[in-house]
Ligand binder design. Structure first.
Ligand code: FES
Length: 390
């Protein structure tokens, strides 16, 4: 039997199984060979199905690692094959392609290592992910300028880059994004300026709904007045304005000349109705306001007649009133009084009222002619033109 230091792996496996006592005779090579042959049959299956088998298992139920561990323990922990693990990196899909009996020991070891690595495979992402937090910490230590948002800031100009490179206290002009990023990391001594909120706008200061329309009107007026002011402010504008105003005044005077005044005085002759319409002793006052005359049916020197008295006081020209209750004409100015036939009897009036000419017109109506007057003091009332006998 070869020494343990010069034993191959197969021999070590056979020795391990023989020492475990569960196998066949360990001293005979046949037994070892049987064990060697039987081990590959059981080892891959056990390694695949039961990776965490306790050490009290039999050799046939032990995994390759367990068998190797037992062999190494027996060999004082040395002579472990330290080959590189090219097979470990072999894909696990290659293992099922070979049967366990056709696999060599190295392949089985590689399969066992692959199984071990497969068990530890979930730890790989963690190992790969671990540097990420470390990198993030390192980036955080370097400062916020190397963070993502800072890289996304707007393009820097040359002055900014040079200022930042020369002095950290004079960074030079920076973009808004950089200013915002720096504002978040103000020094401990400095305090961010807090702007108080704007007070609410009072109700009277709010513009009404029609503010827009009023503003437009005001704007239009302002523009118009400004244009007129600019135009009128010049000497030329003043001269033209004066000429235009003068011509307008001349045109107005010419129009007034073309349309002279028209006399609207009442006619001197007018009709006052039929004689039968007047009762004896009646005084008709309805023509006083328009024509200034009373139509009277009364007696003069015992003769009944109709005559027209002028409504003008013979004192100073006031207009007397007929007083039906007192049957007299009374002047309101100085109190002169006249009888119904026009003879003055009181007050300062020096003479009787005057008569107008009256006659019967062709249509039988009474017609008064104010162009002729008759005075009683000179005997004119006896003229037949001054009365109509009834
Ligand atoms: Fe009639 Fe003097 S005017 S009384």
């Amino acid at each position: 039997m070869a020494k343990k230091d010069k034993m191959s792996v197969e021999e070590m496996l056979a020795a391990a199984r023989a020492s475990d006592g569960g196998g066949k005779g360990a001293d005979s090579p046949a037994a070892a060979g049987d064990a060697t042959e039987s081990a590959p049959e059981a080892t891959p299956a056990a390694a695949a199905e039961q990776p965490a088998t306790p050490p009290a298992k039999k050799a046939s139920a032990m995994s390759v690692e367990e068998m190797l561990a037992a062999a190494r323990a027996e060999k004082k922990g040395g002579a472990a094959p330290s080959k590189p693990a090219p097979a470990a990196s072999a894909p696990a899909a290659d293992a099922p392609q070979k049967k366990p009996g056709q696999m060599s020991v190295e392949e089985m070891l590689a399969a066992a290592r692959g199984e071990k690595k497969g068990a530890a495979a979930p730890a790989k992402p963690a190992a790969k992910a671990a540097p990420k937090p470390a990198a993030a910490k390192a980036a955080a230590k370097k400062g916020p300028a190397k963070k993502g948002p800072a890289k996304e800031a707007g393009p820097k100009d040359t002055a900014s880059i040079l200022a930042a490179a020369r002095s950290a206290s004079k960074p030079g002009p920076i973009s808004k994004a950089e200013a915002a990023a720096q504002g978040k990391t103000l020094p401990a001594g400095k305090k961010k300026l807090e702007v108080p909120p704007m007070p609410a706008k009072p109700g009277y200061a709010k513009a009404p709904a029609t503010a827009g329309a009023n503003a437009e009107r005001r704007g239009f007026l302002a523009v118009t007045l400004a244009s007129i002011g600019v135009y009128m402010g010049s000497a030329l504008g003043i001269g033209f304005g004066t000429i235009i105003a003068t011509n307008l005044l001349w045109l107005l005077g010419l129009a007034r000349y073309m349309f002279p005044n028209i006399l609207t005085e009442p006619p001197t002759r007018f009709k006052v109705g039929f004689p039968d319409e007047l009762a004896p002793g009646q005084v008709a006052t309805k023509f006083k306001a328009q024509f200034g005359v009373w139509i009277v049916r009364d007696e003069y020197d015992g003769a009944p007649q109709i005559f027209a008295l002028q409504s003008v006081c013979t004192h100073l020209g006031c207009t007397p009133n007929w007083l039906e209750g007192e049957q007299k004409f009374k002047c309101p100015c100085h109190g002169s009084g006249f009888y119904k036939d026009g003879i003055n009897f009181e007050g300062p009036a020096p003479r009787p009222l005057e008569r107008f000419a009256i006659r019967i017109a062709d249509d039988g109506q009474l017609e008064v002619d104010k162009s002729r007057t008759y005075k009683e003091e000179i005997g004119q009332w006896s003229d037949t033109a001054s009365y109509v006998p009834v």
